[in-house]
Design a protein around this ligand. Structure first.
Ligand code: AP5
Ligand code: MG
Ligand code: ZN
Length: 217
């Protein structure tokens, strides 16, 4: 099964993609994570995208499409969870080609529906483990023991440089202008399942599972 998690910054795409990867043996393909890895490694792509990401704007279609193509080729045929990709109409069209070239199809597009004020609260409270990448939130998903990662025991955490209120506003307007307009492309094909992203993390997970398993009402 190949699915897209679509939603604005802070909607919970990464949280749910990581869970689906752990529970279903699918592979999370987050272009945001790939770009952050490229930055951390100091690769030519990383250097190129730094300023654009820090401003909250979109990286070029060619760069992210190439990253997804490479990840599909190294995924060993496991199902894909596209997290933060596609974000533009050209990316959506490119994904169809990448999948069909590999004899694969898109099964579902999960739209996480949320309200914007909540998103700013979610993003400004977000942090993650510096060692294993596990994601947390100051209020909504604290570590069980303060200052210690639940998953690996590390005591070092990081916050994303683009997680400040001003950049979040730019990221949201990019979403409204460029990403939301791709929904009809998938609605016409009957692929979109709406999920209430305002619910708690476990309830959102249950709604996604029901949508994927065809048991939702
Ligand atoms: P990217 O990394 O994709 O960022 P984003 O889309 O802005 O989304 P986020 O990662 O901020 O949010 P999320 O939906 O994953 O939420 P999360 O689960 O963490 O992209 C970053 C940048 O890279 C872009 O701005 C762009 O420059 C570039 N880029 C990436 N892909 C690109 C592409 N395809 N094309 C062009 N450029 C691209 O949750 C947020 C917080 O809320 C967490 O703390 C979590 O614990 C908490 N939380 C989650 N769910 C809930 C819930 N149900 N209730 C309460 N709290 C919750
Ligand atoms: Mg994310
Ligand atoms: Zn950890």
């Amino acid at each position: 099964m190949n699915i897209i998690l679509l939603g604005p910054p802070g909607a919970g795409k990464g949280t749910q993609a990581a869970r689906l990867q752990a529970t279903r043996g699918m592979i999370q393909m987050s272009t945001g994570d790939m770009l952050r890895e490229a930055r951390a490694s100091g690769s030519p792509i990383g250097l190129k995208v730094k300023a654009v990401m820090d401003a909250g704007e979109l990286v070029s279609d060619a760069i992210v499409t190439a990253l997804i193509g490479e990840r599909l080729d190294s995924s060993g045929g496991h199902g894909a969870i596209f997290d933060g990709f596609p974000r533009t109409r050209p990316q959506a069209e490119a994904l169809d080609i990448l999948l069909s070239e590999r004899g694969r199809t898109l099964d579902h597009v999960i739209e996480l529906v949320v309200d914007e004020d909540e998103l700013v609260r979610r993003i400004t409270g977000r942090f993650s483990c510096a060692r294993c990448g596990a994601g947390y939130h100051d209020t909504f998903r604290p570590t069980k023991v303060a200052g210690t990662c639940d998953a690996c025991g590390s005591t070092e955490f990081i916050r994303r440089p683009d997680d400040n209120e001003q950049t979040v506003r730019t990221r949201m307007s990019e979403y409204r202008a460029k990403t939301q307009p791709i929904l009809p492309y998938y609605q016409e094909r009957g692929l979109v399942r709406q999920v209430d992203g305002m619910a708690g993390i476990d309830e959102v997970a249950a709604q996604i599972d029901a949508a994927l398993d065809g048991t939702s009402r």
